[in-house]
Design a protein around this ligand. Structure first.
Ligand SMILES: Cc1cc2nc3c(=O)[nH]c(=O)nc-3n(C[C@H](O)[C@H](O)[C@H](O)COP(=O)(O)OP(=O)(O)OC[C@H]3O[C@@H](n4cnc5c(N)ncnc54)[C@H](O)[C@@H]3O)c2cc1C
Ligand SMILES: *[C@@H]1O[C@H](CO)[C@@H](O)[C@H](O)[C@H]1NC(C)=O
Ligand SMILES: *[C@@H]1O[C@H](CO)[C@@H](O)[C@H](O)[C@H]1NC(C)=O
Ligand SMILES: *[C@@H]1O[C@H](CO)[C@@H](O)[C@H](O)[C@H]1NC(C)=O
Ligand SMILES: *[C@@H]1O[C@H](CO)[C@@H](O)[C@H](O)[C@H]1NC(C)=O
Ligand SMILES: *[C@@H]1O[C@H](CO)[C@@H](O)[C@H](O)[C@H]1NC(C)=O
Ligand SMILES: *[C@@H]1O[C@H](CO)[C@@H](O)[C@H](O)[C@H]1NC(C)=O
Ligand SMILES: *[C@@H]1O[C@H](CO)[C@@H](O)[C@H](O)[C@H]1NC(C)=O
Ligand SMILES: *[C@@H]1O[C@H](CO)[C@@H](O)[C@H](O)[C@H]1NC(C)=O
Ligand SMILES: *[C@@H]1O[C@H](CO)[C@@H](O)[C@H](O)[C@H]1NC(C)=O
Ligand SMILES: *[C@@H]1O[C@H](CO)[C@@H](O)[C@H](O)[C@H]1NC(C)=O
Length: 501
């Protein structure tokens, strides 16, 4: 009897571990179980394996990261299904990993889990005649846009080429060509996935249209996507775009916001505008970098931005670039440089603006000027304002998908970049304050935040809107009844701070 008890005890010590007051399977046990049931082409890695660091997908952000005891790289949708069922049965917390660029603080609620790494779903198949492309669930924008450019095609992608196209599209996916085509999710034609209920499904307008609706804007709530097919478009403007970058001293901010406001209700679909408000430590003053991307001829762009040029920017660079290089050129290349690499300390905050209220914008710049001069820890923060043309967003009705912010004028982000963990508390306080100031002039009483740009403390109503939540919850009950997909700004998650530090 004593021997049997000792055996039982040993069994549990080897196989289970007390995590957060809950007994859970250990990484080695999960690895052993999965190796037994998965096909030979699928791979399982423990963090202690030398191969873990270079064969599993590393995360971009580390400030509020999830922690893993095991990573699995399945090589077929059937193996993905086996992993989801195993995790559900054994209470193993997990996340799908596409390209690892997700950064919301809610991710940090996942402790000692499993990374379901889709790294081996990496194909790109363009059908030029049908104007579609089918990609695997981990394909990054960089490879896709290069292939599309070669084929004389294009589609809306984001301002960074390292992000995963699937993760991006599941939350909507916005970028400079959204003025022409709307969100990336608006271009999704078909999705292959394993749901939280463990089913393998092909989802489209004609197959499971209810889930298709939810996948376009809230997709990470319902399952693991192995492949997406998009509608694509013939290249505009011969596959070339104009990129105009210009820098204004902070003292001109009022004029810059007046001009930005003049585009509201009057914004050509070929034009995307981004402003980056930053602190120039050399000069000890604020600067505003304006970026204009235009899919058309130079004379037309010049006419549109002449009022900005009349302000005589301190720096100016207008050049023609292939469509695929838009992201890597914009804002003097700064955005895309920030996107490359891994292990970045980053404190995000964001809020959607539904108008441009000049006094509120001036208040933001003045607050930044005062705070940044006094607090070296926050001098690396940048406020980015994406002002895309509404035309593309309006091609699809609000009811067509879960994406809820077709009428946003600006998607505002407070990017709290840091070189170490030390400035994180200061950047957190700074980001929350700037978000409050921006929200005051947003034109909405309630906070609305684009789900991919969220800090994580906003809660489900800010990410999805009250109007969409009823349907999203009904879908959750059917397609993820056990709440397996609950770590990325999930439906059902209330406002709160999740950071573990
Ligand atoms: C520098 C930078 C710039 C960005 N710029 C833009 C931009 O211009 N426009 C924009 O819209 N967004 C932008 N984003 C946000 C980006 O779209 C999201 O971070 C997106 O989640 C990244 O997807 P990923 O696969 O790289 O990340 P991951 O961390 O791998 O995934 C993020 C989450 O998405 C889900 N997910 C990912 N892949 C799958 C899959 N195959 N199946 C099921 N679920 C999956 C999972 O829940 C996962 O936790 C930017 C992010 C960064 C870091
Ligand atoms: C992975 O790391 C090992 C050990 O550092 C190294 O030998 C190997 O070449 C690396 N593989 C790749 C693909 O980078
Ligand atoms: C699964 O985990 C939850 C909490 O995370 C716990 O309440 C529950 O008892 C666990 N179930 C099993 C079968 O271990
Ligand atoms: C699958 O991943 C392994 C590394 O884990 C890599 O060596 C291999 O090339 C990948 N295969 C595909 C098709 O991406
Ligand atoms: C796209 O280009 C192809 C090849 O030039 C042409 O045949 C087709 O009609 C174009 N499609 C559209 C929608 O313009
Ligand atoms: C921002 O613009 C306003 C209005 O022109 C001006 O009063 C203020 O000084 C500017 N702020 C900074 C920090 O230069
Ligand atoms: C700061 O301003 C100086 C002078 O205009 C300029 O040379 C420098 O590039 C600016 N620094 C940044 C980070 O923009
Ligand atoms: C550019 O301007 C010309 C002249 O106003 C106009 O005919 C043309 O349609 C414009 N092109 C675009 C892409 O807006
Ligand atoms: C202007 O921008 C283009 C496109 O990004 C870049 O190739 C070029 O080097 C820039 N020119 C200067 C002078 O910075
Ligand atoms: C900007 O900040 C500096 C340093 O605190 C201050 O001297 C200056 O008055 C501020 N300018 C504005 C317009 O607020
Ligand atoms: C989260 O933390 C920020 C910064 O400390 C704070 O301003 C905010 O009120 C907190 N939010 C919640 C919901 O506790």
């Amino acid at each position: 009897m004593a021997g049997f008890t000792a055996f039982l005890l040993a069994f549990f010590i080897v196989n289970l571990c007390l995590y957060d007051g809950v007994w859970a399977l250990t990484g080695p046990q999960i690895a052993q179980d999965l190796k037994k049931s998965l096909s030979a082409g699928s791979e399982v890695f423990l963090p202690s394996d030398p191969a873990y660091a270079n064969q599993t997908t590393a995360r971009w952000e580390i400030t509020a990261a999830p922690t893993y005891v095991v990573a699995v790289k399945p090589d077929s949708i059937v193996d993905v299904q086996k992993i989801v069922k195993y995790a559900a049965k054994n209470n193993v917390s997990f996340l799908a990993t596409g390209a690892g660029h997700g950064y919301t603080n809610t991710l940090s609620a996942l402790h000692n889990g499993l990374s379901l790494d889709l790294g081996n779903f990496s194909t790109i198949e363009i059908d030029s005649a049908a104007n579609t492309v089918k990609i695997g669930g981990s394909v990054r924008a960089a490879r896709l846009i290069a292939a599309l450019q070669d084929a004389g095609k294009e589609m809306p992608v984001g301002q960074c080429t390292c992000i995963g196209m699937t993760g991006f599209s599941l939350g909507g996916g916005i970028g400079p060509y959204s003025g022409l085509y709307g969100t990336a999710s608006d271009s999704v034609a078909e999705i292959e996935m394993v749901t939280g209920a463990g089913e393998i499904l092909t989802v489209s307008q004609s197959q499971h249209p209810d889930l298709f609706w939810g996948m376009k804007g809230a997709g990470f709530n319902y399952g693991v996507v192995t492949a997406i097919t998009y509608n694509i478009y013939n290249a505009t403007n011969g596959g070339q775009a104009l990129n105009a970058d210009m820098t204004f001293p902070g003292s001109q901010n009022g004029s810059v916001w007046e001009l930005a406001r003049s585009f509201v209700g009057n914004h050509p679909k070929e034009l995307a505008i981004t402003f980056s408000i930053q602190y120039n430590a050399t000069l000890g003053e604020m600067a505003i970098v304006g970026n204009f991307i235009y899919a058309g001829p130079l004379e037309n762009l010049t006419a549109l931005i002449q009022p900005f040029l009349d302000l005589q920017p301190a720096a100016l660079n207008i050049s023609s670039v292939p469509w695929k290089d838009v992201a890597s050129s914009a804002l003097y290349g700064a955005t895309n440089q920030g996107c490359a690499g891994t292990g970045v300390e980053y404190v995000p905050y964001a809020v959607n603006l539904y108008q441009i209220d000049v006094p509120s914008m001036v208040a933001v710049v003045n607050f930044m000027n005062k705070t940044m001069a006094a607090t070296p820890d926050v001098q690396t923060a940048v406020v980015a304002l994406a002002q895309y043309a509404p035309s593309g967003f309006q091609l699809h009705a609000d009811a067509s998908s879960a994406f809820p912010y077709r009428d946003a004028v600006i998607f505002a982000q407070i990017d709290g970049f840091a070189f170490s963990a030390t400035p994180v508390p200061a950047l957190t306080a700074f980001g929350a304050s700037v978000r409050d100031l921006l929200h005051k002039g947003s034109g909405k009483t309630e906070l609305q935040t684009y789900v991919h740009f969220a800090h994580g403390d906003e809660g489900e109503a800010a990410w999805y809107t009250e109007g969409k939540l009823r349907s999203l919850k009904a879908l959750k009950a059917v397609y993820d009844p056990r709440g397996l997909f609950s770590f990325y700004n999930a439906v059902g998650r209330r406002g709160g701070n999740y950071t573990t530090r």
